[in-house]
Design a protein around this ligand. Structure first.
Ligand code: UT7
Length: 312
């Protein structure tokens, strides 16, 4: 079994802080509702940069922190569904801006909020074809590009940001679990075409909440079953940060509240960027030690879900 080693983790968070009080000046909402229903206190909007430039900044930091020679990269993969352009991919523009060599494969994946976790599985597969190389994996979302600022049930939830990691293979433990259930009724976001306006993100929050709780629990149990471990053996569980109540719900069921990391209060829901941002946040707080067993779980539009059990 070949595992994945994180050679670095980094994030780029845009400067513009938007508090719940700021949101209450845009739609009919208030700090108390947002805080108690979601755990969100503020989010960051990328007013002066694009999805691509956030991806570039996070990737640049991850690469320089990793100490890996860019010549040794075999791929740059960006998980995103909120970019301004369809082609070239965000990954190709990251490649250009970072001056990465031409032998690097560059492409984007769209698995919405499960994107970074899907990316870990895809990158691992690519690394297994060439064990001497490394991968740059980015989750970058400018959700404010696709948010409906007239819909209070969704616009208060999202934030912009990017997270990135340089990854390589090694012998540490790695287990994964993936799935999807094709559906466009619960979460939908339509791009604008020549004769059709953009359809901003809409969501049936209540149904997605139920889907999330059910699937996070399912994925964690599958990972524990595959690894032969119990929740007591796990040091940290890092779920996609969509709602603090979703995470508390699972933590309560697993009787392990202290293992479940939450930083949604600061960033809101940043979709595919939320897990690498959380890992970077934990790392900067000194919470991660080499060898720690971590479960990461993503879920979201698609509907998609996925989880990995890895060692730090
Ligand atoms: O990243 C992709 C995955 N996404 C998720 O996992 C999101 C999952 N869903 C959720 O997090 C929650 O369902 C929401 C936070 C989106 C909504 O929370 P909820 O407890 O399910 O609220 P609700 O939609 O049932 O709405 C309850 C009430 C409604 O009023 P009435 O009909 O009871 O009078 C809403 O109109 O809250 C109202 N409401 C608001 N009030 C103040 C909805 N949004 C707001 C708001 N401010 N922003």
């Amino acid at each position: 079994m070949k595992g994945i080693k994180f050679y670095s983790i980094s994030s780029y968070i845009p400067d513009k802080v938007v508090t719940n009080d700021d949101m209450s000046r845009i739609v009919d909402t208030n700090d108390e509702w947002i805080r108690t229903r979601t755990g969100i206190e503020r989010r960051h909007f990328a007013s002066d940069c694009t999805n691509v430039s956030m991806a570039v900044r996070a990737a640049e930091k991850a690469l320089s922190q990793s100490g890996i020679d860019p010549e040794k990269l075999c791929c740059v993969v960006v998980a995103s569904f909120t970019s301004e352009i369809h082609s070239p991919s965000v990954a190709c523009l990251v490649q250009r801006e970072l001056g990465l060599p031409d032998h690097v494969m560059a492409f984007d994946i769209n698995a919405a909020c499960s994107g970074f976790i899907y990316g870990l599985g895809i990158v691992r597969g690519l690394l297994m074809q060439n064990e001497d190389c490394y991968a740059l994996l980015v989750g970058s979302e400018k959700l404010s590009n696709f948010t409906n600022f007239e819909d209070r049930s969704t616009c208060v939830l999202f934030g912009d940001g990017a997270g990135a990691a340089v990854l390589g293979l090694d012998e540490r433990a790695f287990y994964s679990e993936y799935g999807a259930h094709g559906d466009d009724s619960l979460i939908y976001c339509g791009v604008g075409l020549k004769d059709t306006p953009m359809e901003p993100l809409r969501m049936n929050g209540g149904e997605v909440f139920k889907f999330a709780v059910e699937h996070i629990e399912y994925v964690i149990n599958k990972l524990l079953e595959k690894s032969g471990l119990t929740i007591d053996d796990i040091d940290h569980v890092v779920c996609h940060q969509a709602n603090k109540r979703i995470i508390s719900n699972i933590a309560r069921k697993m009787k392990s509240a202290e293992k479940f990391f939450v930083d949604i209060e600061e960033f809101g829901n940043t979709s595919s960027a939320s897990i690498p941002i959380a890992l970077d946040d934990m790392n900067r707080r000194g919470m991660l030690k080499r060898g720690d067993k971590i479960i990461c779980v993503g879920f979201g539009g698609g509907l998609t879900w996925g989880g990995v059990l890895t060692e730090w």
